[in-house]
Design a protein around this ligand. Structure first.
Ligand code: ADP
Ligand code: MG
Length: 495
C-alpha cells in the first residue's frame, strides 16, 4: 500500500510528497532555528497521515494536544502520572495502537527526560505481538538526546539518551519510526541524528549547525550557505521517502493550530489616552491579586488507560515488587540475552549498551541491577559468548582464565572457549571480529596472537588451511574449519 503525504510545494509549485511506508523504514530528522517552522512541519506530516498510521508524539511544549479534537489523539499529561504509570500507559498504547500526544508541559527538563525515557523505553520493550508500525514524533529532540552533559543529572541524561538511541537505531524492527526535530544539530547526540535517512533542513544561522546539515545533505559547504536565507516554512529536503536529490519545499498549511504561536505586534495604547501613571501607581491594596489559574483536573491513570483500550484496567495501583537475588539474576540474564540477540548491538559502545541494559532492567521493575559499568562489560563479554548467568555450570575455570586477560578480550576468549568445549567448528575470522566489535582482520590476527602469547590458546592451521584452536589448560579443542569461509557460506550463516 503506497500512501503519499502531501507536504507542500517546490520552487516551481509542484507538490512534494512524503512516502509514508518509506518514512516508516528510514526515519526523519528536521532541523531549523527556533521559529523556522519545524513544529508546523511536523503538524502537517501528522495531519496528513492521521488515520493511516499510529502516531505517538513526544511534545515538550504541549503544542500538539490540539490534535486530540480534530483526530482523536489521546492526550497524556506527563505531569499527572508516576513513571510506572507512564510505562504502563505506553504498553497499552502499543497494544491498542492508539495515537497519543505525551505532553510534557509544566515539567522541569530533568523530569521531562525521565518521563520520555520511561515512555519510550516501554514502547520499545513492547512484546513482539505488539510491534505494529507507528510514527514516533519527538519535537525539540535535543532535550531528550543532548550531545553533551548539561544541567541535568547524568543518570537522567543517559537513560533518556539510551531510550532515544534505541528508538532511532533499533526501533525499526519493532515498528517504531523516529521523526525528530531539533533547533540545533550540534546539540543533538550524533548517533541519534545519524540514523535518520531523510532530512528537512530549515533556516540555520550557526556555522557549526550549517556544516553538519551540509554533511547530512551531501552538499558542499558553499552550496549549503543558502540554508541561512531560507524563509519560515521553507526547507531543503532529501532522502528516500522524499527525493533522491535535495529539493526545496515550502510546507503547506495546517488544519489544526498550535496552542502557542509566535508573538504578533499589536498597537500600543495611545499616549495620553488613559492615565497610565495613575493606573500603575494606584494603591496596590485596592486591587486584589489576580486569581491563580484553575487547577487542571488530572485524568486518573486508570481512566486514561480505559480510553486507550477497551479492556478494564486493574483497579489497584501498580506496586514495585521486591526482587530477590535469584530473580535479579534472571532479569539481568534476560536483558543481556536481548542485547546480544540484537544485531545492532555488535558495534555499539559498551557505555551505550550499559544504558540500554539499565533501561531493560528497569522495565522489568529492577531499578538497580547491581552492576557498575566494569562489571557490565564483563557480563556483556560473557553474554556475547553465550554465557548469560554468572553461575553457569562448567565455566568456572574458563572464566578464571578469562579474568587474567584484558577486559575487552574476555568475550572473544570465552566465545572460542565455548566452541572448543563443545568440539564445535573453530569460529571464522569474521565471527571473531564481530564478537570483538571490530571490522579489521588485522586486529583479529593480533588479538589471537596476544591470547596465544599468554599461553591460553594454541592455534593450529593444517596443510589445507583449516584452523583449530585448543585451550591447553582446559583440554578443550575446536573442530577445524576455514578461517575465511566463502562469502556464500557467510551469507547462509548469517541468515
Ligand atoms: N509553512 C508555514 N506556513 C505558514 N505558517 C507557518 C509555516 N511554518 C511556520 N509557520 C508559523 O510560524 C510560526 C513558527 O513556526 P513553528 O513551527 O512554531 O517554528 P519552530 O517549531 O521551528 O520554532 C508559527 O506561528 C507557525 O504557525
Ligand atoms: Mg517548535
Amino acid at each position: 500500500m503506497s500512501v503519499q503525504i502531501d507536504m507542500g510545494v517546490d520552487g516551481a509549485g509542484q507538490p512534494i510528497e512524503m512516502d509514508l511506508e518509506e518514512l516508516l523504514a528510514t526515519r526523519l530528522l528536521v532541523q531549523g532555528n527556533s521559529g523556522s517552522g519545524k513544529s508546523h512541519l511536523l503538524r502537517r506530516l501528522l495531519e496528513g497521515s492521521a488515520g493511516t498510521v499510529q502516531q505517538i508524539v513526544i511534545d515538550p511544549e504541549g503544542d500538539f494536544v490540539t490534535l486530540s479534537d480534530a483526530f482523536g489523539h489521546v492526550v497524556v499529561e506527563g505531569a499527572d502520572y508516576s513513571l510506572v504509570e507512564i510505562a504502563r500507559l505506553a504498553q497499552r498504547i502499543r497494544e491498542h495502537r492508539a495515537s497519543v500526544v505525551l505532553s510534557l508541559e509544566g515539567l522541569e527538563m530533568e523530569e521531562q527526560m525521565r518521563c520520555a525515557a520511561a515512555f519510550l523505553g516501554a514502547l520499545f520493550d513492547a512484546p513482539r505481538d505488539h510491534w505494529y508500525p507507528a510514527l514516533v514524533v519527538v519535537d525539540e529532540a535535543q532535550v531528550f538526546a543532548p550531545a553533551a552533559a548539561g544541567e541535568v543529572s547524568d543518570e537522567a541524561r543517559r537513560t533518556c539518551l539510551g531510550a532515544m538511541t534505541n528508538l532511532m537505531c533499533r526501533g525499526r524492527k519493532r515498528g517504531l519510526a523516529g521523526v525528530i526535530a531539533t533547533q540545533r544539530l550540534a546539540k543533538l547526540a550524533k548517533n541519534v541524528a545519524a540514523e535518520a535517512s531523510n532530512f528537512l533542513m530549515g533556516r540555520t544561522f550557526l556555522d557549526i549547525d550549517m556544516a553538519r546539515a551540509a554533511d547530512l545533505l551531501g552538499m558542499e559547504r558553499r552550496q549549503a550557505e543558502g540554508i541561512r536565507d531560507l524563509a519560515r516554512g521553507h526547507f531543503l529536503a532529501l532522502g528516500p521517502a522524499i527525493s533522491r536529490r535535495p529539493v526545496a519545499v515550502k510546507i503547506g498549511a495546517v488544519k489544526t493550530s498550535a496552542r502557542t504561536s509566535s508573538p504578533k505586534l499589536m498597537p500600543l495604547p495611545q499616549p495620553g489616552g488613559g492615565d497610565l501613571q495613575s493606573l500603575l501607581f494606584a494603591p496596590i491594596e485596592a486591587s486584589p491579586p489576580p486569581p491563580p489559574p484553575p487547577p487542571r483536573e488530572a485524568v486518573p491513570a486508570a481512566d486514561l488507560m480505559r480510553s486507550i483500550a477497551a479492556p478494564a484496567p486493574s483497579a489497584t495501583a501498580p506496586q514495585v515488587p521486591h526482587i530477590g537475588d535469584e530473580e535479579k539474576e534472571d532479569i539481568v540474564a534476560e536483558a543481556l540475552r536481548e542485547i546480544v540477540a540484537d544485531p545492532a548491538s555488535a558495534f555499539q559502545q559498551p557505555a551505550v549498551l550499559f544504558q540500554d541494559f539499565a533501561t531493560r532492567c528497569r522495565m522489568r521493575r529492577l531499578g538497580n541491577p547491581g552492576l557498575d559499568i566494569a562489571a557490565f562489560r564483563r557480563r556483556l563479554g560473557m553474554a556475547k559468548a553465550g554465557i548469560f548467568r554468572e553461575d553457569e555450570e562448567g565455566w568456572a575455570d574458563a572464566l578464571a582464565i578469562a579474568g587474567t586477560l584484558p577486559e575487552d578480550m574476555l568475550g572473544t576468549f570465552l566465545f572460542i572457549a565455548r566452541a572448543a568445549r563443545h568440539g564445535a567448528e573453530c569460529p571464522s575470522d569474521d565471527a571473531i571480529a564481530e564478537i570483538y566489535g571490530t571490522r579489521s582482520p588485522g586486529r583479529v590476527r593480533r588479538l589471537l596472537q596476544f591470547i596465544e602469547d599468554q599461553g591460553h590458546i594454541v592455534v593450529r592451521t593444517d596443510l589445507s588451511g583449516r584452523r583449530s584452536i585448543g585451550l591447553p589448560t582446559l583440554g578443550w579443542t575446536t573442530a577445524s574449519a576455514e578461517p575465511k569461509p566463502e562469502p556464500a557460506d557467510l551469507f547462509t550463516r548469517s541468515r
